[in-house]
Design a protein around this ligand. Structure first.
Ligand SMILES: Nc1nc2c(ncn2[C@@H]2O[C@H](COP(=O)(O)OP(=O)(O)OP(=O)(O)O)[C@@H](O)[C@H]2O)c(=O)[nH]1
Ligand SMILES: [Mg+2]
Length: 312
């Protein structure tokens, strides 16, 4: 079930969350597993999960540190279920929020069946990637995925793969060259992952593509649109939270850290906010009324109580 189908249910049923359908009895040869994607910020982890699942599971943006918590996308095939876990980009933290994002990525790699280290083919593979590779568990299947190959030529792709194989120190890794943008290499990657799944249970009900709560997903859609338009330090200072969902009415609070940022988000005549509202509503069922409220929560990135309250 997609997020939007969930909202459709809210519309008709008036309930905030739909009751999950019963999980059918499964045969002994069912195969399943958790596959976590890790990597530096902005390498395209969320774009890859969306491309593999075939719908928007996790928001993406040009700015680094877009993903703020582990996000699961579920892929089904007859007798198989693969749960892909998108994670925040691992980076040098400059705030308690940054530390929380890193911790959330590391939590998501412990005890999974397959770890995918995502690299950006258009950038030099560097210390950041090596650092993350070192922290990878050696108890499970490791995949190295060179993404954004549409931005570079075949020779560079080959030299990047060779460099990764010689310098990242990941034993027995399988290497893939893909583009989340064009879809190149994705089918092959997906098939290999499905073939590597160990015997296991069906973790989620049939037809479910994500387990993200619909209020969290809508707040993310608002944040994604804001990230498209705001500049400088603002992307890191923005957080969104749905405070009321009573279809067709949805109230979303946009937190910023300073009064000057509030003015930037509201902008002259509320023009920016209006545009954000239009772009988000386009992705929601027709008739949705989205109320966007901008609030100042001084230095929230440094306040662990607020970080926790926001669910990061
Ligand atoms: N050209 C090209 N751009 C890509 C590709 N994959 C992702 N991008 C772009 O790269 C940027 C970052 O993508 P994300 O998927 O948000 O990256 P991420 O690794 O999830 O980033 P964080 O959540 O910040 O860690 C976005 O502007 C994407 O559109 C690709 O294969 N080719
Ligand atoms: Mg991301």
């Amino acid at each position: 079930m997609s997020h939007l189908e969930d909202i459709e249910k809210t519309k008709s049923g008036g309930k905030q969350k739909s009751t999950p359908p019963e999980i059918p009895l499964q045969s002994d040869d069912f195969r399943s597993g958790f596959i976590t994607l890790i990597g530096r910020p902005n390498v395209g982890k969320s774009s890859l999960v969306n491309r593999i699942i075939g719908e928007k599971i996790s928001i993406t943006a040009k700015t680094p540190n877009t993903t703020r918590s582990a996000v699961r996308g579920i892929l089904e095939r007859p007798g198989k279920q693969a749960v892909f876990v998108d994670t925040p980009g691992i980076h040098k933290p400059r705030s308690p929020l940054g530390s929380r994002l890193n911790a959330s990525a590391y939590e998501a790699v412990s005890d999974v069946d397959i770890t995918i280290l995502v690299l950006d083919a258009s950038k030099e593979i560097g210390k950041g990637d090596q650092y993350i590779a070192k922290g990878m568990s050696h108890n499970n299947t490791s995949i190295v995925c060179l993404n954004k190959i549409d931005l570079t030529d075949q020779n560079r792709v080959m030299s990047q793969l060779r460099f990764a194989a010689e310098n990242l120190g990941i034993a027995d890794a399988e290497y893939f060259a893909v583009s989340a943008q064009t879809g190149a290499g994705i089918k092959h990657l997906t098939e290999c992952i499905l073939n590597a799944l160990p015997p296991g249970p069906q973790y989620f009900p049939t037809g479910m593509t994500s387990d993200t709560d619909e209020t969290v997903f809508i707040a993310e859609l608002v944040r994604e649109q804001l990230l498209r338009f705001v500049k400088e330090e603002l992307p890191h200072s923005i957080a969104c939270k749905i405070t009321e969902l009573n279809w067709p009415y949805i109230r979303c609070e946009i937190l910023v850290e300073r009064d000057s940022q509030k003015a930037m988000v509201i902008s002259k005549n509320g023009h920016l906010l209006k545009q954000i509202g239009i772009n988000v509503r386009r992705q929601l069922p027709p008739g949705t009324y989205l109320d966007l409220i901008v609030k100042v929560e001084k230095n929230w990135q440094k306040r662990t109580d607020i970080i926790e309250r926001l669910g990061y």
